[in-house]
Design a protein. Structure first.
Length: 205
């Protein structure tokens, strides 16, 4: 049963990736870029003035460190290959040494599971993709790791094919299998199954 489920998930991932690649061929040439700037949190509008007549603070000077590298918990506004394919993506949390979902799910010898939870909010026409194709985990040596098909007890995983209506959000874990001694450095997410011209990046630790 477990083997059949994995086979179906793998087939769904490959089909989704193929459809995204075909769609991406219609976009214009754009050089890939990495975005590490977190989307600012919504704040209440500043008062127009005070009884003493003092001027309101200049917002461009009041957000010290606003351009610091995004970290876990931050949201990055990402663009896909097409103008109406956009999403606000948040790397919510990381669970290191995550336990497999059942007794049969274990990392290979010398490896460990790392689960990262993402929140995807469709800000364009909607999201219809496979998050598993979109994320990479990078260690301190610069080695990048793709997602694993395994599930863990960290929490519910994203479905192989995930659909999110415009304006709505989806939440799920993605699992990575990395060397047991790997020092994690950052995690990345790219729309269009990893083929979009913009990549969001979050610093770990």
């Amino acid at each position: 049963m477990a083997i059949a489920t994995t086979t179906r998930r793998r087939a769904a991932l490959l089909l989704t990736a193929g459809l995204v690649v075909l769609g991406a061929t219609a976009c214009t040439d754009t050089k890939p870029s990495v975005s590490t700037e977190a989307k600012p949190a919504a704040t209440a509008p500043a008062a127009s003035g005070t009884a003493g007549g003092s001027k309101a603070a200049d917002p461009s000077k009041s957000a010290e460190g606003a351009k610091a590298a995004a970290k876990l918990g931050d949201t990055i506004a990402l663009k896909g290959s097409l103008a109406d394919n956009t999403a606000d993506v948040t790397a919510v949390k990381l669970v290191d040494n995550a336990e497999g979902a059942d007794e049969f799910t274990k990392p290979a010898d010398g490896k460990r599971f790392v689960a990262v939870q993402f929140r995807i909010k469709a800000t364009g026409k909607g999201y219809n993709d496979s998050p598993s194709n979109s994320a990479k985990l990078i260690d301190a040596q610069g080695q990048a790791f793709n997602t694993s098909l395994d599930d863990t007890k960290a929490g519910p995983s994203f479905a192989a094919g995930t659909t999110i209506a415009a304006g709505e959000s989806g939440l799920g874990f993605l699992t990575f299998e990395v060397p047991a001694d790997a020092k994690l450095d950052k995690v990345q997410f790219t729309l269009d199954s990893g083929f979009a011209p913009q990549t969001g990046q979050w610093k770990l630790g």
